[in-house]
Design a protein. Structure first.
Length: 367
């Protein structure tokens, strides 16, 4: 394919409730939407999952825009005619920028698959038509508020609860929810909030029969996670540390993790995600698909990935209503704890352009 034009659009989408983690509180989601139009006039869509500030990762919205405009688009233009499968190789000389690269690759892939009349799920090798839903619960103002929020999600039918934790909001919060729901699949996510010296403290979580503890230490501290894994019985899951196939290989070689959270934006796209999935299947390591408060555009693509056979744990692919009063696509609705995987060509959904325009704060078209 050849690129005819690329549109970079920033939208601001309010959240239905504040979402607090160990690194901050979000009340709305600033999203960079990427639209690629090919020589056939077919438009492919994707979203860049970078946050507005470099808190979760070094990437942030305006840095991604600069990288895309200054380096990535010129590289793709220079390449001339190519396929989505070539994008990672074309952009490889530019270090980092996985989230920016993933957004371009995904939009290009969406357009390509639309022309080929193939769904992303089918293209990636999905084996499921629906995906089991988990939900991520932010740090609450108090324990009563936490219990009230978790009850809402349990009553709605979510099949796994993930609690965000940080020092001072961990043991008591987890104990409360486990006491109320002794059988529900439960896990915690620290978002790098702890240090190597916290092993004994984190070992107190072992009593609650958790599925896993996600990213307790700094993303660069693979060795620290390997050491922590010897102190705690709860399985260690890596998120922020997994930015590529190689980082996953390194983590497994060091026994730093026994579960991996695959986020396509964080690893550079869906092709790299499938490679990590295949590595984990071969290594008998369970994987799940994490979320970045995606709109329906990102959620649709993640559902396609989560339908691959190695995704054996419920992910963060929640219903649209978990985060947004109104999504930018037809809302994804959970039924009996599952969401249906889109089966139309490409990612399988299109944005509601009228609503998208109403929440757009800036837009630029690059020919």
């Amino acid at each position: 394919m050849k690129i005819q034009e690329i549109e970079l659009r920033i939208i601001e989408l309010p959240l239905v409730r504040p979402f607090r983690t160990s690194f901050g509180t979000q009340t709305s989601r600033q999203v960079l939407m990427v639209k690629v139009v090919n020589e056939n006039g077919t438009a492919g869509w994707a979203e860049c999952v970078a946050m507005s500030s470099p808190l979760y990762s070094p990437e942030y919205t305006y840095a991604c825009i600069d990288l895309i405009k200054r380096f990535l688009i010129p590289a793709l233009k220079k390449a001339g005619e190519f396929k989505a499968e070539d994008v990672a190789t074309i952009l490889k000389p530019y270090l980092g920028g996985q989230m920016a690269k993933a957004s371009l690759e995904t939009a290009i892939l969406d357009a390509q698959l639309k022309d080929e009349k193939v769904s992303l799920a089918s293209y990636l090798g999905a084996t499921k038509s629906r995906v089991e839903c988990g939900v991520s619960v932010g740090i609450a103002n108090n324990l009563d508020a936490l219990a009230e929020e978790v009850k809402i999600y349990v009553d709605e039918g979510y099949r796994r609860i993930k609690l965000k934790i940080e020092p001072g909001w961990d043991i008591q919060a987890v104990k409360l929810i486990r006491d109320i729901y002794p059988e529900i699949p439960l896990q915690v996510d620290a978002n790098q909030a702890y240090s190597r010296s916290d092993g004994k403290h984190l070992a107190q979580l072992d009593q609650f029969n958790l599925l896993l503890i996600e990213q307790p230490l700094d993303e660069h501290d693979i060795l620290g996670h390997a050491l922590l894994a010897k102190e705690v019985k709860t399985p260690i899951c890596l998120d922020e540390s997994i930015i590529s196939l190689q980082s996953a290989q390194d983590a497994l070689a060091l026994n730093a993790t026994t579960v991996i959270n695959i986020k396509p934006g964080r690893v550079g796209g869906y092709f790299e995600s499938v490679k990590i999935h295949d590595l984990c299947v071969a290594s008998k390591i369970p994987v799940w698909c994490g979320g970045m408060l995606e709109t329906g555009i990102g959620r649709a693509a993640n559902l396609a990935l989560a339908a691959l056979p190695g995704f054996t744990l419920p992910g963060d692919t929640s219903a649209s209503s978990r985060y947004f009063k109104q999504d930018i696509t037809t809302p994804f609705v959970m039924d009996d704890g599952y969401i249906t995987v889109p089966n139309k060509p490409g990612i399988g959904v299109e944005p509601d352009m009228d609503f998208l325009e109403s929440i757009t704060t800036s837009k630029e078209v690059i020919k």
